[in-house]
Design a protein around this ligand. Structure first.
Ligand SMILES: [Zn+2]
Length: 248
């Protein structure tokens, strides 16, 4: 196995509602975390890719599709994002875990980072030999189960600590491929004083275009392009600063 040179992130399953459902929809929820981890990696100049299967029609197709997607190259570290589920719905915490077939150490480290950053119970690294994206791929791989969709407490902890969790996991992943980083990226969209929106029509059109592109490129996890009218000058300025600070 050659040393991976990029982080290949994907969201499990094949669209909203195709994974587990409980207090949240697994796919929607995992997407938020995986997208943010990807953004943080890119912001820190760590080579990374982000993928979602929007083609498959069932779970078998989905696994084959993801395996084929990753097997196009052999230079990455695969990180699959999921949430677990049992029944019934419960108030009690259950916890996060990380599945692996060869990456025991990494799985352990990511599970610990997830738990340390959030207070989630650490269910640790779990060996699995029956998961396609782990066993049918050539690249080293892990599958993160951020928590349980049927645990109210897990979702609460995940909600409250999304940024901390994503920063912590991104850091562990980056170190594995030899791109350690230490500066946390500033959260976008801080509160601003200005309430006026004084951009003229040309400025608004340009801003719309720019924020559309930044969303497509994954710089921002949210599409701000349609909200230019509602945004204050200060909000737009703070988004621009957040963007610029990631490029220098
Ligand atoms: Zn899943």
């Amino acid at each position: 196995m050659t040393q991976p040179v990029e982080i290949e992130i994907h969201v499990g399953h094949y669209g909203d509602g195709t994974g587990a459902r409980g207090y949240v929809d697994e796919v929607q929820y995992a997407r938020k975390f995986m997208k943010r981890i990807y953004e943080i990696l890119i912001a820190n100049k760590v080579p990374a890719t982000y993928y979602e299967d929007k083609i498959s029609k069932n779970q078998t197709q989905n696994i084959n599709h993801l395996v084929a997607y990753h097997n196009q190259d052999r230079n990455g570290l695969i990180v699959s994002g999921h949430l677990n589920s049992t029944s019934p719905l419960t108030e009690r915490p259950i916890g996060g875990e990380v599945l692996y077939s060869t990456q025991n150490e990494l799985a352990k480290n990511v599970a610990k980072a997830l738990s340390d950053a959030s207070g989630l119970i650490n269910r640790g690294a779990k060996y699995r030999n029956d998961i396609g994206v782990l066993t049918k791929t050539y690249e080293p791989s892990i599958l993160i189960e951020f928590g349980f969709v049927n645990s109210k407490k897990d979702i609460e902890l995940l909600d409250q600590n999304l940024e901390k969790i994503c920063q912590a996991i991104a850091k562990v992943l980056a170190a594995v491929i030899g791109h350690p980083f230490s500066t946390p990226v500033k959260e976008e969209g801080n509160k601003v004083e200005t309430t006026k929106n004084t951009l003229d029509a040309t400025g608004k059109a340009e801003a719309k275009k720019l924020f559309g592109k930044l969303y497509e490129k994954g710089v921002f996890s949210e599409d701000h392009s349609d909200k230019i009218e509602q945004y204050s000058d200060g909000k737009i300025l703070s988004l621009l600063i957040a963007f610029l600070s990631r490029t220098v």
